[in-house]
Each structure stands twice: as structure tokens, then as C-alpha cells.
Design a protein around this ligand. Structure first.
Ligand code: GN1
Ligand code: MG
Length: 361
């Protein structure tokens, strides 16, 4: 451990930098993100906002994250007349879209989307079809956004061979003495070496503006009607492959258990949920996707499940330096969970192919 505890500025003081409609009444921590710090700010008049500090370990240049978000939220807002269908940034008093505090940390503030919620569990095929449709729409809405205008804010983000190389280095260095307890997890991860190269070929698919954290919880729905409202958590929007977003959604939704369920025996891939998501997704963006992308949807599902398996395992071996944890084995739980899902999803490889073929027929 390092000796000095971090002295974080009070979120209410940071919120005062933004052009809010009145004084801050409270600003408790909010949401289930693993990387950024998030607070829900309520003003004296009851108006609500989401205040976030961008994590520099994940995002080396937070200003680039913000420039991407400004570009993307503008573009998305121009596609709809519904103010609840896209995130709206609140400027600072001096007209900037972000605030840099005394320690150099970058903060931003969004209007809270009132009457919205994450989808409730259990996820049914009907609900997951709607998620597929929403992420498909997201792709269509960004289809005409010039991807050269976006920064790559996390280089090598979906570079699985590189995560595997880092895993090998972490095994060799064993900085926390944890290697001995994760033998089966390491063996499993290394057994996916061949699959890790699925996207190595340059130009395999078109590069688009993609979300890169397309998990179920990043779609807000109307709390009363359940209809889709906005895709949120736009920090990771950057140039990438559409099938990685498809895959992220599958690994987060086409499963019998949430990502940190500690008992891997409870984790199964659910083909019916895969099918429902793919149906909604292809219904919304099937015309925009190229044949190379449709052909690699299932590879996207496998590669993104491999990626979370590798990243959680790596973080456990490296001492929980990246993902926030609330108990000491949480990253190990997550790695085992995603690894179990990876094995089961991979066992359904041919089923996934048949489902996609049937849907595009
Ligand atoms: C992280 O912080 P959060 O929950 O939005 C991570 C994603 C992972 C996800 C796993 C910048 O997202 O890549 O898929 O956790 N974001 C970053 O739940 O690393
Ligand atoms: Mg995220």
C-alpha cells in the first residue's frame, strides 16, 4: 500500500463549477461503474445531474474522452426530438464541457434522465431484443459520423493477443503471489490463444464509431413503460469494430448470472437470449452492416467474453489496480464467471452460427 490516503475534493464543491440551476443539496455516490467515480447531484430545486470524474488510469487523456463525447452527444441529439433519448452535457460557468480540478482531474456533468432506469432482472428475450434494437440504432445513428473525427482514447483496447502477452508477463512476475491459486483460470485463458487472433487481419471489417462498453446496464429504459431511452456511458466511444459492441452485449446479457456472480456453476450461455438480441440488433442495423461484420458477430461474442476473462484475471494477478472492487476476490470471481461463460458460449459456436444464418436468411 502507498502511505498517503487520497484527499478527494467534495463532489458538491466540484459541482459548483458547472452551470447548475441552483445550489447543491446533496451528491451521494451513484451507479455501478468499475472505473470512473460517479455522483448523483440534486440541486435545491430538485433538478438532478450525474457528476463524474474520469479515471486517468483507464483514460490517459481525459480531454480526448470529453471531445469524443461532445462530438457524439451532438450527433445523437441531432437524430431525435426526444430529450431523454440522448445524454446532455452541462457546461461549466466558463463555457467548457469539462472541469479540471486543482489536482488536474477531469470532471463532467450530465443532466439526469428522469424517469429512467436500467432494465430489471431477469432479462427476458423480449427485454433483450429491445436492447439489441437500441444498440443497433446506436450504430445506425453514428453511421454517418466521420470516424476520423474521434480520438482513440484507449489504445489496444480490444487487442486480445496483447492481453494474453500481459497475462504471461504477470504470471512470470507474480507481483502479488496469486498465481498459485489461479492455475485453472490461467490454463483456460491460455487455451483461447487461437481465438485471440480472430481479428488480427487488418481491414477485416470496417472501422466505425463504436461504444466499446455495450453492456445491458448501459441502456436506460423508461421506468414505467420499459421502452428504450438512451445508450449511456459514452467514455469508451472510439473507432472500432461493430461486432465488439455486439459481443459485449451478448456477454453481459445472454447469460444466467450477472458478471460478478461468485459461483461459476451458475453461469450458462443462453442461446434464446443470444437469438433475441441478434434479432433486435439485426432488425435495427442489418442493412447497414457489411457481410464481413455479419459473418463475425459470433466471433465478437467470443472475443469480448475472452477479453473480460483476461482483463479481470490480469487485474487480480496485478493486485486490483484497475477495476474497483468491494471485496478482495471480486476480480477473481469476475474472471471465473466470465471464463465459465466463455467456455459455454464457445460450446455453442455452431448454434450461434445457425441462429445468425436463420435471422439473415
Ligand atoms: C468497465 O466502468 P464500467 O463499468 O463502465 C470497463 C469495460 C468492461 C466493463 C466490465 C474503461 O466499464 O471495458 O467491459 O467494466 N471500462 C473500461 O463490466 O475499462
Ligand atoms: Mg464504461
Amino acid at each position: 500500500m502507498t502511505g498517503m490516503a487520497e484527499v478527494a475534493p467534495a463532489p458538491a464543491d466540484i459541482a459548483a463549477a458547472f452551470a447548475l440551476p441552483g445550489p447543491v443539496a446533496d451528491a451521494p455516490p451513484y451507479g455501478g461503474g468499475h472505473v470512473n467515480r460517479t455522483y448523483r447531484v440534486t440541486c435545491a430545486g430538485g433538478e438532478r445531474f450525474v457528476l463524474q470524474r474520469i479515471n486517468r488510469r483507464a483514460f490517459a487523456v481525459p480531454e480526448h474522452v470529453m471531445e469524443n463525447i461532445v462530438t457524439v452527444t451532438r450527433h445523437l441529439a441531432s437524430r431525435t426530438t426526444d430529450p431523454r433519448a440522448s445524454l446532455r452535457l452541462v457546461p461549466t460557468h466558463d463555457g467548457s464541457w469539462w472541469h479540471t480540478d486543482a489536482a488536474g482531474e477531469v470532471w463532467r456533468c450530465y443532466a439526469f434522465i428522469e424517469g429512467s432506469t436500467e432494465l430489471s432482472s431477469p432479462l427476458t428475450p423480449d427485454k433483450f431484443r429491445l436492447v439489441g434494437h437500441a444498440f443497433g440504432r446506436f450504430l445506425v445513428d453514428l453511421d454517418d459520423l466521420p470516424v476520423e473525427g474521434l480520438h482513440t482514447t484507449i489504445p489496444h483496447y480490444h487487442d486480445e493477443p496483447r492481453y494474453l502477452a500481459r497475462l504471461r508477463a504477470a504470471i512470470a512476475a507474480d507481483p502479488c503471489g496469486r498465481v498459485a491459486e489461479v492455475g485453472p483460470e490461467i490454463a483456460r485463458a491460455l487455451s483461447y490463444e487461437a481465438a485471440s487472433h480472430d481479428f488480427d487481419e487488418p481491414g477485416l471489417m470496417p472501422i466505425r464509431a463504436t461504444h466499446n462498453d455495450a453492456k445491458v446496464s448501459n441502456l436506460l429504459v423508461d421506468a414505467t413503460t420499459g421502452e428504450a431511452l438512451a445508450v449511456v456511458d459514452l467514455d469508451t466511444v472510439q473507432p472500432g469494430y461493430a461486432v465488439c459492441d455486439f459481443g459485449d452485449a451478448i456477454r453481459s446479457g445472454a447469460t444466467t448470472a450477472p458478471e460478478d456472480e461468485p459461483d461459476p456453476a451458475k453461469v450458462r450461455f443462453v442461446p434464446d437470449l443470444f437469438e433475441a438480441f441478434a434479432e433486435g440488433y439485426l432488425g435495427a442495423c442489418g442493412d447497414v452492416l457489411q457481410p464481413s461484420e455479419i459473418a463475425h458477430l459470433r466471433h465478437g461474442a467470443r472475443i469480448m467474453t475472452l477479453e473480460t476473462t483476461l482483463r479481470f484475471l490480469l487485474d487480480y494477478l496485478e493486485g486490483d489496480v484497475y477495476y474497483a472492487i468491494d471485496h478482495p476476490t471480486q476480480n477473481l470471481d469476475r474472471a471465473r464467471n466470465q471464463g465459465a461463460l466463455l467456455d459455454d458460449l464457445n460450446a455453442h459456436w455452431d448454434d450461434m452460427g445457425r441462429i445468425i444464418d436463420r435471422l439473415v436468411a
